[in-house]
Design a protein around this ligand. Structure first.
Ligand code: XMP
Length: 510
């Protein structure tokens, strides 16, 4: 399989670069600049290398640098932003501070004759974000693009293998970004475009048939798209030797547990064990109001239930997980502040002993997981399911959790989902749900005073859930959902809509 190396120098858009490459049907892999040597790059047969952007100045000693030999091994290189400046620095050119001439946002770029810019008009819009600029290109290099403020927005060397752009082709605001990637991958690196997530998944199934032959595999199934696709893929490889444990912690949305059991167990034929553990989870959560404590309790209890089931199932050799590629990259990322300790089953291997772990989706981005799910015949409703937090409704019932509150929230949430679906907007917000606040408010219902909970509705639009905008749902949808909740769900006196983006808020309320 052809592959491109995205060498990470600390830029914000590295995942986006890898995705843009994969959209062109070429597999891309992100590695930190300190994680691979030039020799390894040569040995691993990359067709091309992309240097990412980054926040540093190339002259600072502490800035990320790389062995200049990489420019001489005959593998094409494309440097983006800091990556372009780094090429310039490594090859003996000069980078200077732009001072007040730094560019941020959309800028008109003028391109000259270059393999990288084939099919792109002489002037177009690109997206810039830089404080430094290339003030002198190295010997044997020439300038291939400029903007009003930036004399070198593109450069290339005489060999036709080394390229750089000061702007960001991976960002959608760059009009011809896609074309630039296409030119680099196909015309410069000579790729043929052999990456198709679905095809790769088929190959993986064949590989797992051999690798896992005679072994029993255990998978924690949440019903979310990642674990579902991982389960179906492995089921194709090992059939009933895959045991899926679905822990119903009593914090799922209305009818969700039954639906997962029906679709995956009965319709898709998985060997599924549903553990109805609501009682023990609610017991442990009784009186707990602090969000982080709720998450911790749920995470720990989940592991206990899972361990018990694994023991009952007996004789299991392999643990399977639905880890996807961004999880792997992000986990390598060091020490950013913990805003919420997201609960998933990633902690399991520490507490249990398995011969090995398989992660069949570890090479895939989310959209590729969905493509694979569709190829495997998983129903659309599961493939396109919006994300649902591991701790479930526990973080949507603010304050302490009771059966009564969960039941009110389930009903209100179901009404909201029905109304969004009825308006044909199911795929519009990336996530939408109801929250049961711990405020009560006064209302009037049928001439009498009512006193009940305030329900908040939340819908967000986002690419990666790291940042999110609140979704401007049509008033009619909000009106219908609000009035139905008040009328149909006893115990609710008021409905409000959350108009906070992330940051400063988070998606979930707790
Ligand atoms: P926040 O609230 O952190 O949410 O802005 C971002 C995304 O993550 C989901 N989320 C979780 N997922 N365990 C999970 O598996 C968790 O503890 C958790 N908390 C939040 C949230 O639903 C949103 O999609």
């Amino acid at each position: 399989m052809e592959k491109i190396l995205v060498l990470d120098f600390g830029g914000q858009y590295n995942q986006l670069i890898a995705r843009k490459v994969r959209e062109q049907h070429v597999y891309a892999e992100i590695k930190p600049y300190s994680g691979i040597t030039v020799k390894e790059i040569e040995e691993q047969g990359y067709k091309g290398i992309i240097f990412t952007g980054g926040p540093n100045n190339v002259y600072e000693e502490s800035s990320p640098h790389y062995d200049p030999e990489v420019l001489k091994i005959g593998i094409p290189v494309l440097g983006i932003c800091y990556g372009a400046q780094l090429i310039c620095f490594m090859a003996g050119g000069q980078v200077s501070s732009a001072g007040s001439a730094g560019e941020y946002g959309k800028v008109t770029v003028r391109v000259r004759e270059s393999k990288l810019f084939q099919g792109i008009p002489a002037e177009s819009v690109c997206w810039m974000s830089h404080m430094d600029f290339i003030s002198r290109v190295p010997e044997d290099f020439r300038v291939t693009a400029d903007t009003e403020k930036c004399p070198c927005a593109g450069l290339e060397d005489g060999s036709g293998l080394i390229y750089g752009v000061q702007f960001h082709p991976e960002v959608t605001h760059t009009e011809y970004g896609k074309q630039i990637f296409h030119n680099f991958l196909y015309d410069i690196c000579g790729c043929s475009g052999d990456w198709h997530a679905g095809e790769f998944a088929k190959e993986q199934i064949e590989r797992f048939k051999t690798e896992l032959s005679g072994k029993r595999v255990l998978l924690a199934l949440s019903g979310g798209v990642d674990s579902t696709v991982a389960a179906v893929l492995l089921h194709r490889a090992v059939g009933h030797d895959l045991v899926c444990v679905f822990v119903d912690h009593g914090l799922l949305r209305k009818d969700e547990g039954d639906r997962v059991e029906r679709v995956l167990g009965k319709e898709m034929g998985l060997n599924l064990i549903r553990v109805n553990a609501a009682g023990r989870f609610l017991e442990k959560l009784k009186g707990v109001t602090e969000p982080e404590q709720k998450r911790k309790i749920i995470g720990e209890e989940f592991i206990r239930v899972f361990e018990e089931e694994a023991r009952k199932a007996g004789n299991i050799n392999v643990l399977a997980q639905g880890t996807i590629y961004p999880d792997i990259i992000e986990s390598g990322k060091g020490d950013s502040a913990v805003i919420k300790s997201h609960h998933n089953v990633g902690g399991l291997p520490d507490v249990m002993s398995f011969e090995s772990i398989v992660e069949p989706l570890k090479y895939f981005f989310k959209d590729e997981v969905r493509e694979t799910g569709t190829m495997l015949g998983i129903p659309r409703e599961l493939v396109w399911r919006q994300p649902f937090p591991g701790p479930g409704l526990a973080v949507r019932v603010i304050g302490d959790i009771t059966e009564e509150k969960l039941s009110i929230l389930r009903e209100a949430d179901a009404v909201f989902r029905e109304e969004v679906a009825a308006a044909g907007l199911e795929r519009d917000p990336d996530q939408y749900f109801a929250v049961l606040t711990n405020s009560n408010s006064v209302g009037v219902k049928g001439d009498a005073r009512s006193y009940g909970y305030v329900v908040a509705l939340r819908a967000v639009t986002t690419d990666d859930f790291m940042t999110a905008d609140w979704t401007q749902l049509p008033y009619e949808v909000l009106e219908k959902a609000g009035s139905r909740i008040i009328n149909e769900v006893p115990g609710v006196s008021r409905v409000v809509y959350d108009i906070t983006s992330k940051p400063p808020a988070t998606v979930e309320w707790e």
